[in-house]
Design a protein around this ligand. Structure first.
Ligand SMILES: [Zn+2]
Length: 308
């Protein structure tokens, strides 16, 4: 990943329905100055309130990640956030005229195409990274999420579903724009037919269909085209993780090892990273040989190779 911040050159837009709300929304992604981060703006609400894409503004993690400030909220941000991270876009303004990011095809691929079309551009300011120097772990029952020191961002993810088409799957990747686009971005969200009625009665998945999710009954996949990858499920779990990790606001360097996690545990990891400031350092630009001091803010280092 390049050491400088990036935004886009021209605005791009899309329309679609939210997976859970079922509401049609229009979304426009615009360029933003360096050090802005990703900012959502609810253009349908009085005063067009802003909602920063940062974990401190997470208000709900039930089935998706929702951000909110006051009465303004934006739900299901994770696939779009994963696309920003995957494409190395640090700064952008996302205008949205409804409460949920459109699900499009249930993956991050349509957002990657949009950001490509928007022509990413380098900015003058260096990108800051969060580099893990001591392990950090969160767990809940049999779900665990750990991050260990590493010079790049690596993910090792395993899932274990009591369903014949999923069962145990695991996948490892070293994050880069290329690996994200080729291995992760196309993986779609998934659900089970037996859950759909219950979800809809509780106000979820109202926009869910075979167009924006893999849906399975007891033994088969209902989508006509089948799966995009044999292990599309675990790949999508990595996509969700990356989208949530992007809410740190800075790329992270570490090896994330995950077993059966979800948005709520991702959120707890982000909070723990925020609290345990002695276990990471913030570094600007390229990373290389240095002796980081726990709790130190900025460390400017120049090294011959990129961290990703
Ligand atoms: Zn997802």
């Amino acid at each position: 990943m390049p050491p400088y911040q990036h935004t886009i050159t021209q605005e791009v837009r899309c329309s679609g329905i939210g997976l859970h709300s079922g509401l049609e929304v229009n979304l426009i992604i615009k360029p933003a100055p360096a050090n802005t981060g990703i900012i959502f703006r609810r253009t349908d609400l009085p005063g067009k309130p802003s909602v920063p894409a940062h974990y401190k503004y997470i208000t709900d993690t039930t089935l998706a990640t929702t951000l909110g400030v006051g009465d303004a909220s934006v739900a299901t941000v994770e696939h779009l956030m994963a696309a920003f991270m995957g494409m190395g876009i640090d700064n952008a303004l996302v205008e949205i005229d409804g409460p949920e990011v459109p699900s499009l095809d249930g993956s991050a691929a349509p957002f990657v195409l949009m950001l490509n079309k928007a022509r990413p551009v380098k900015q003058r300011e260096k990108r800051a990274y969060i580099r893990i120097i001591e392990p950090i772990q969160v767990r809940c029952e049999d779900k665990t999420l750990s991050i260990y020191p590493d010079n790049s961002l690596k993910i090792t993810y395993s899932i274990d579903f009591n369903h014949p088409l999923i069962q145990q799957q695991s996948y490892s990747m070293t994050f880069s724009e290329e690996t994200f686009c080729q291995e992760i971005a196309n993986a779609r969200t998934f659900g089970f037919l037996y859950e759909v009625q219950n979800l809809k009665e509780n106000g979820f998945a109202l926009g869910g269909s075979l167009d924006n999710a893999i849906v399975m009954d007891d033994s088969s996949i209902l989508n006509e085209g089948g799966l995009r990858f044999e292990n599309e499920f675990v790949r999508h779990k990595i996509l969700d993780l990356l989208g949530d990790i992007a809410l740190l606001g800075k790329p992270i360097l570490g090896h994330i090892v995950v077993h059966k996690s979800g948005h709520a545990l991702h959120h707890r990891l982000l909070q723990k990273i925020g609290i345990q400031t002695g276990r990471w350092v913030e570094c600007a630009g390229f990373l290389g040989q240095h002796n980081p001091q726990p709790g130190v803010g900025y460390v400017n280092v120049v090294a011959p190779t990129a961290p990703f």
